[in-house]
Design a protein around this ligand. Structure first.
Ligand SMILES: *Cc1c(COP(=O)(O)O)cnc(C)c1O
Length: 398
């Protein structure tokens, strides 16, 4: 699938990019990471792609279409809206809705054509009472302390599900709290295994069983069960120490903007750049303004990190504005209106990694990537040249 037919129409995109700041995406990353996941878990294990957070900010419908085309088995979503967005994009594979709704809305939720989560006796009762036929997965709490049946509770749930016909139990899943710990992971997987044994004893012997999110897949590949539910693995969006465990391809490749305004302020000027207390400049300062601000998923208060302009580092002055960043280009003689400013990604011989950016903004990679992805216009990373300049994009040929 080419980028042109999954992005907004050419005219919308053209107008958006007249404010020149954007995120560059690798549209082949999901398929490549999915192939790697397949290699790790084997052909017999299903892969459910977690598209919560509007597909990690990349757009649930967009990433689901890419993954469906690459052969994913199903999806997990964090809201009914995401599930509908994927359905409306023409994807007909199973979509599991993680716990997200009220018991009183069970009939409406059940009518959406998604597989629902039953995470408590209250939600079980609500879906049974709704009287609407629905496929369901039961969630087990392995010691996470959020959703799911406890060991003292699940037996009654399996019994209740066995004795009615509208709610069809298709799977049992869980989510672990501490994939970095072998001990905790073993203890929590044991809780899940006990639940599965009781499900079998209650007569449920062909359930989809699912436990492993991205970090569990990377650290505990033997816990693949009949299905896995990775999110970040498929976006290539984990912290560096986890990314180092497998050759994952990041979907977010770069964040850039172009300088729309240059001003030289002579020595002696009194300036409150970036909402700072005004100071008298001891030397002339040349500034460049990039139209990218905290509205675009970055942050306001320093530290703000550095940027690259013509392959050279430059600092950010003051605080970042709603829609602008002021860069000190005094030492960068090549910088001018139109110069590309790299906040994330490669520029010539230098690069700012997602880990550097996340560390300098004091945000976890997991928070930073969706913030950027959901805010900025998306362009195909293949459509930029080595200096980060956008090549003109033609209208979709489709
Ligand atoms: C978020 C989530 C996942 C996916 O987590 P990743 O770390 O992105 O793989 C899987 N299962 C559940 C229940 C989740 O909430």
């Amino acid at each position: 699938m080419s980028a042109s037919n999954i992005e907004p129409d050419f005219e919308t995109q053209r107008v958006r990019l007249l404010r020149p700041s954007w995120a560059e995406l690798d549209y082949g990353a999901i398929a490549a990471n999915l192939a790697l996941a397949r290699e790790m878990v084997g052909q017999a294990t299903k892969i459910y792609f977690v598209c919560k957070g509007d597909g990690f900010g990349f757009g649930a419908a967009k990433v689901a279409r890419l993954a469906a085309q690459a052969g994913v088995d199903g999806f997990c979503v964090g809201s009914p809206e995401e599930g509908m967005a994927i359905r409306n994009a023409g994807v007909d594979r199973e979509i599991l809705l993680f716990a997200a709704t009220l018991p009183e809305d069970a009939a409406q939720v059940a009518a959406l054509g998604l597989t629902v989560t039953i995470q408590s006796h209250e939600s079980l009762r609500a879906f049974i009472d709704a009287g609407v036929s629905v496929d369901a997965f039961l969630e087990i709490d392995p010691g996470f302390g959020r959703f799911g049946f406890l060991p003292s509770q699940w037996q009654a749930a399996f019994e209740a599900l066995r004795h009615q016909s509208t709610v069809r139990l298709k799977g049992v899943y869980t989510h672990l709290s501490s994939p970095e710990s072998d001990d905790v992971t073993r203890t929590q997987a044991d809780v899940f295994d006990a639940a599965l044994a009781d499900a079998r004893a209650a007569g449920f012997d062909s359930l989809t069983t699912m436990l492993a999110s991205s970090r569990v897949m990377l650290a505990h590949p033997h816990l693949a069960y009949r299905a896995v539910d990775p999110g970040r693995f498929l976006y290539g969006a984990l912290d560096a120490d986890w990314m180092a465990r497998a050759p994952l391809r990041p979907m977010l490749r770069a964040v850039r903007g172009r300088i729309i305004h240059v001003q030289e302020h002579p020595a002696g000027s009194v300036l409150g750049i970036g909402y700072a207390e005004p100071i008298r400049l001891e030397r002339a300062v040349r500034i460049g303004v990039v139209p990218i601000g905290f509205w675009d998923g970055l942050n306001h208060v320093p530290p703000l990190g550095r940027v690259l302009v013509h392959g050279q580092a430059a600092r950010i002055l003051g605080r970042r504005s709603f829609q602008h960043t002021v860069v000190d280009i005094t030492e960068n003689v090549r910088a001018r209106t139109g110069s590309v400013v790299t906040l994330l990604g490669r520029d010539g011989d230098h690069a700012i990694t997602i880990d550097e950016l996340a560390a300098s903004l004091r945000l976890p990679v997991m928070e930073l990537i969706p913030r950027l992805a959901r805010s900025l216009p998306h362009v195909d990373a293949g459509a930029t040249d080595a200096g980060g300049h956008l090549r003109p994009v033609g209208p979709s040929k489709a």
